[in-house]
Design a protein around this ligand. Structure first.
Ligand SMILES: [Zn+2]
Length: 329
């Protein structure tokens, strides 16, 4: 893997490569753009290239530093996501110094699902590791997934580090909702914009993962240029409301079938909401239909504000079922 393998994002990558070639980077970057278009991959590649011994505008993939990074063993790069925070919490519970293997994987999975914001303790932990200079004078990189989930105290703790950054440190704030970041944070970061992928490229990535055929083509077409959304469509199996509208248990069964990962279940529920609203198109004369459409809009906002996709889907399906058949268009 290298920058050269990240497809369809030349506009985002070429300024990064220029910065890399000169080793001149701002203390923080924001990688903004839709979900499932390669932002996290690009962040990890940037980190790898920064510490590559070849010192060019891309990672060589062969030097010891690149090899470590490819194995996910780089000591200098941290990917801060829900799992990172959940692991910190588990360690806290079980006492410092416990090896990771001692932490129950089941406990971890439950905890990961519960991480709905990025907390100050997590940021403090990251700051601690950034402050430790590495043996070889290499760069320290913290890539923060879903950076819009930083809560206020955590964002303020990070702000200090952005004002007086230790040398050779880089924050990469990855987000599909950069408007939710504090203006004080945004103003200190350089924004790199990632765009949606072409339908053909999504189809190609799906094919590389062994997903081909008419279903995969449909998913690519409906994905809006996002690989994760296409996968969610394939895995979440978003049936048309016609297939379940009259089954009283469907609202619960649909929610059960959602993928467990938030980044997959959320786009799947968005797709469900679109299909449900589509089912009521043309029925505006009915007050019940109008109320249902308003409810879908409220649920869509709740989803964006981190409500459980399972819950949102169940409520939406119940809402659609509550419109009497005679009033459905
Ligand atoms: Zn290298």
């Amino acid at each position: 893997m290298a920058f050269a393998d990240i497809l369809g994002q030349e506009r985002a990558l070429s300024p990064l490569r220029r910065m890399l070639a000169r080793r001149e980077l701002p203390p923080a970057l924001i990688f903004a753009g839709p979900q499932g278009v390669g932002k996290t991959k690009a962040a990890l590649e940037l980190a790898k290239a920064l510490n590559c011994e070849a010192q060019s505008d891309d990672a060589c993939g062969l030097c010891p530093s690149c090899v470590q990074a490819d194995k996910g063993l780089s000591m200098d790069t941290q990917l801060i996501d829900a799992e990172y925070q959940a692991r910190l919490k588990l360690k806290e519970k079980k006492g410092e110094g416990e090896p990771d293997e001692a932490l129950g994987e089941k406990d971890l999975e439950t905890l990961v699902a519960k991480q709905t914001d990025i907390k100050i303790d997590t940021i403090r932990h990251v700051l601690g590791t950034l402050a430790k200079s590495s043996f070889l004078g290499s760069w320290k990189i913290a890539a923060l997934e879903n950076a819009h989930l930083l809560n206020k105290p955590a964002a303020n703790a990070m702000l200090k580090s952005l004002e007086e950054p230790p040398p050779r440190t880089l924050w990469i704030l990855i987000t599909h909702q950069d408007e939710r970041l504090l203006p004080t944070i945004r103003s200190r970061c350089r924004r790199v914009r990632f765009g949606p992928l072409s339908e053909a490229l999504v189809r190609r990535v799906l094919a590389e993962q062994g997903r081909q055929g008419p279903e995969a083509d449909d998913a690519a077409r409906l994905s809006g240029g996002s690989v994760s959304r296409a996968l969610a469509l394939l895995e979440g199996g978003c049936p048309e409301p016609e297939e379940w509208l009259n089954d009283p248990l469907a609202p619960f069964a649909l929610a059960d079938k959602l993928p467990r990962e938030l980044h997959l279940s959320r786009p799947a529920v968005k797709e469900h909401l679109l299909r449900m609203a589509g089912r009521l198109r043309g029925g505006y004369a009915s007050a019940r239909v109008r109320a249902a459409l308003r409810e879908f809009a409220v649920l869509r906002r709740a989803l964006d504000a981190n409500a459980s996709p399972q819950l949102v889907l169940t409520l939406a399906a119940l809402t659609l079922q509550s419109v009497p058949p005679a009033e459905r268009p």
